[in-house]
Design a protein around this ligand. Structure first.
Ligand SMILES: *Cc1c(COP(=O)(O)O)cnc(C)c1O
Length: 513
C-alpha cells in the first residue's frame, strides 16, 4: 500500500512513511485509499486474542510490506507487557443506558499511548530493514505528558534507536514528570522546555525542519523520526481497539453484527479519535464519534463553527495531556473532508501558521456533522461527571476520561431530545489509569485535597479498593535522573539532541534506598 502527503507531492510505501514520520513538505502521510474490513472479517475476530485482532487490522495497511507473521509476533510481544488478562478490557458501566468504557491504560506507563508505542519499535525496526536504512533512528518527541514516557519505555535500549523527549516545564502532572525524569536506559535523554505544549511541539517541529541540524546528525549516522501521532505507525495500532471493542459487544451479545455504536473520545492532538474515524472508513458500523475537549476547546469550536482559531488563552487543566491548541492530526481529516484536495490543505495549514486561523466551507462542515459531535467540559463539569459515575456505579476514572464522560452526558441529552428511546451503545475511551493523577481524582471522588501524590494513591486505594499499578508505585522512592531545562529555541533544543546523538549517557543518580 502506498501513502501520500496531505500537502501533495510525495508518494511513499508504508515502511518509508513510518521511518520518515512526516512528509518532506510538512504534510502528514495518509493511505492512498482505505482498506476495508468486511462484516465476515469482523465476526471472525471474535475468536481472536487482542494481539491477533491488532495484527489483523495492522496487516490491512502494512501486511504486504512488513509481513503478517512479523506483525503478529510484534503485537504479541508488545501486549504481553500489559497488566491483567485482557490488555484492552471493555467494561460495562451502565447496562440500562448502554454505557461502556474501553480501558486503554493497562500498558507499562498507565496511559493509552502504550497501545501504539509498545508496537511502534517493532514497526520501525522492520521498516528500516525493508527500506535498507542503516543509520540509527533518533525518535524526537514533544509530549504533553504521556507520549514521552511511553516512547521512552517503548524504545529504551532498543538497538539502533535513541529517544529524545521534550516536555513543557509547567504543563505536565507530577506523576508524569516523575515517570519521565527517572527513566532508565542508555539511549535516552529528557529535557523540560520553558512554555506550554504548543511551544514545545513547535520547537520539535523546527528541529525536524532544520536542514543544517539534520545534516549534522546525518554525519554522525543518525536520522530523526517521530513517535508523535503524526507518524502513521503510531496511528495504525490505534485503529484496532475500535474494532476490538465492537467485537467484544458482539461476543457478549449486547449487539448484533451491523448495529451502530457511538464512541466518545477525550481529545488533544486528534490522534485517538482520528483512528476511530479511520475504523469507520474501513467499515466499522460507527454512528457518531464524539470529540471531547477540556477548557482548551479549539476543536469543539471548530466543529461548531467551521473555524479553527488558536488566537485564545491557553489554559492549564487537570487533564494536561489534552492541553493543546494546535491539533496536528486534524490535518488528516481536513484533507479527507476537502475531497483529498492537497493544495487546499497546504493552504489552510499555511493560514494557520501565519494568521492563526482558517475556516472550512459549509459543505465541508455538513460532512463533518454526519460523523462527529463535539463538546467540551469545564473543570467543574469534569469533576461532577467523575463523581456522579463513581457515586452511582462505583466506577473510578482518571481526569481525561472524566472530560469524556462530561461530554458523553451532553451527547446523551442531545439524543434524548431526538429520540427518548435511543439505546445505541456508547463506548467511552478511557485513556489513563486514575492512579496516574491521584490528587485530582481523589478530589473529584471525595472532595479531599492531599499534597503528596503517593498519599493520594493511598487514599484513593482506600476509597475505591482498586489495586494501584506497579509501574507507579515503584516511582515512590526514585531520585530523578534528568534535570535538563531549556528554552524553546532551536539552539538549546538542538544541543540536547546532539548530546544524545554523540552517545552521551546521563549518569544514574544514587538512589535514597
Ligand atoms: C494523549 C492523551 C489524550 C489525547 O489523545 P490524542 O491522541 O492526543 O487526541 C487523552 N488522554 C490521555 C491520558 C492522553 O495521554
Amino acid at each position: 500500500m502506498q501513502f501520500i502527503s496531505t500537502r501533495g507531492g510525495e508518494k511513499v510505501t508504508g515502511a518509508q512513511a513510518i521511518v520518515q514520520g512526516l512528509a518532506k513538505n510538512g504534510g502528514l502521510f495518509v493511505p492512498e485509499s482505505f482498506p476495508t474490513i468486511t462484516h465476515e472479517e469482523i465476526l471472525a475476530m471474535e475468536d481472536m486474542s487482542y494481539p491477533e485482532r491488532a495484527a489483523f487490522v495492522l496487516g490491512k495497511y502494512l501486511g504486504e510490506e512488513l509481513g503478517a507473521d512479523y506483525l503478529l509476533e510484534s503485537c504479541e510481544k508488545a501486549y504481553a507487557g500489559f497488566e491483567g488478562r485482557d490488555p484492552v478490557p471493555l467494561v460495562k458501566v451502565d447496562g440500562e443506558s448502554g454505557l461502556y468504557v474501553l480501558e486503554l491504560f493497562h500498558g507499562p506507563t498507565c496511559a493509552f499511548k502504550d497501545m501504539a508505542l509498545t508496537v511502534l519499535p517493532y514497526l520501525l525496526k522492520k521498516s528500516c530493514e525493508v527500506t535498507g536504512i542503516k543509520d540509527d533512528i533518533l525518535i524526537l518527541a514533544a509530549t504533553s505528558g504521556d507520549t514521552g514516557k511511553a516512547a521512552l519505555e517503548g524504545f529504551r535500549d532498543v538497538e539502533g534507536t535513541k529517544v529524545a523527549v521534550f516536555f513543557p516545564d509547567e504543563g505536565v502532572a507530577k506523576m508524569q514528570r516523575l515517570q519521565m525524569c527517572t527513566q532508565h536506559g542508555d539511549n535516552v535523554i529528557v529535557a523540560s522546555v520553558e512554555g506550554n505544549f504548543d511551544d514545545c511541539q513547535r520547537g520539535v517541529k523546527n528541529l525536524f525542519a532544520d536542514e543544517a541540524f539534520n545534516a549534522e546528525l546525518a554525519k554522525k549516522g543518525v536520522r530523526l523520526s517521530s513517535a508523535n501521532s503524526i507518524n502513521f505507525g503510531r496511528l495504525a495500532p490505534q485503529i484496532a481497539y475500535y474494532f476490538s471493542a465492537y467485537v467484544d459487544l458482539i461476543s457478549s451479545r449486547q449487539i448484533q453484527m451491523g448495529d451502530a455504536v457511538d464512541f466518545v473520545v477525550p481529545t488533544g492532538n486528534f490522534g485517538d479519535i482520528l483512528a476511530g474515524w479511520y475504523a469507520k472508513q474501513m467499515g466499522l458500523p460507527v454512528r457518531k464519534l464524539v470529540c471531547a475537549s477540556n477548557r482548551n476547546k479549539v476543536l469543539a469550536d471548530f466543529f461548531k463553527k467551521g473555524v479553527y482559531d488558536v488566537k485564545r488563552d491557553f489554559h492549564r487543566t487537570m487533564s494536561p495531556s489534552m492541553d493543546i491548541l494546535v491539533s496536528s492530526n486534524l490535518e488528516r481529516l481536513l484533507f479527507e473532508v476537502s475531497g483529498r484536495n492537497a493544495e487546499l490543505t497546504a493552504q489552510r495549514m499555511q493560514e494557520l501558521a501565519e494568521k492563526k486561523e482558517y475556516s472550512i466551507t459549509d459543505e465541508e462542515k455538513a460532512k463533518l456533522d454526519q460523523d462527529f459531535f463535539a463538546g467540551f467540559a469545564r473543570e467543574d463539569d469534569t469533576v461532577e461527571a467523575m463523581y456522579e459515575i463513581f457515586d452511582e456505579f462505583g466506577y473510578a476514572m482518571d481526569t481525561h476520561t472524566g472530560v469524556a464522560l462530561a461530554v458523553y452526558m451532553q451527547w446523551k441529552e442531545r439524543l434524548y431530545k431526538i429520540d427518548k428511546k435511543d439505546k445505541t451503545p456508547i463506548i467511552v475511551l478511557s485513556t489513563a489509569n486514575p492512579y496516574k493523577f491521584p490528587q485530582d481524582v481523589l478530589y473529584a471522588l471525595s472532595g479531599n485535597d492531599v499534597k503528596d501524590s503517593f498519599k493520594g494513591i493511598k487514599r484513593l486505594q482506600l476509597l475505591t479498593a482498586m489495586k494501584p499499578p506497579k509501574c507507579l508505585m515503584e516511582l515512590r522512592y526514585r531520585v530523578p535522573r534528568f534535570k535538563i531545562k531549556v528554552k524553546s529555541n532551536l539552539k538549546e533544543m538542538a544541543e540536547v539532541v546532539m548530546r544524545l546523538a554523540d552517545g552521551e549517557i546521563v549518569p544514574e543518580p544514587e538512589q535514597k534506598k
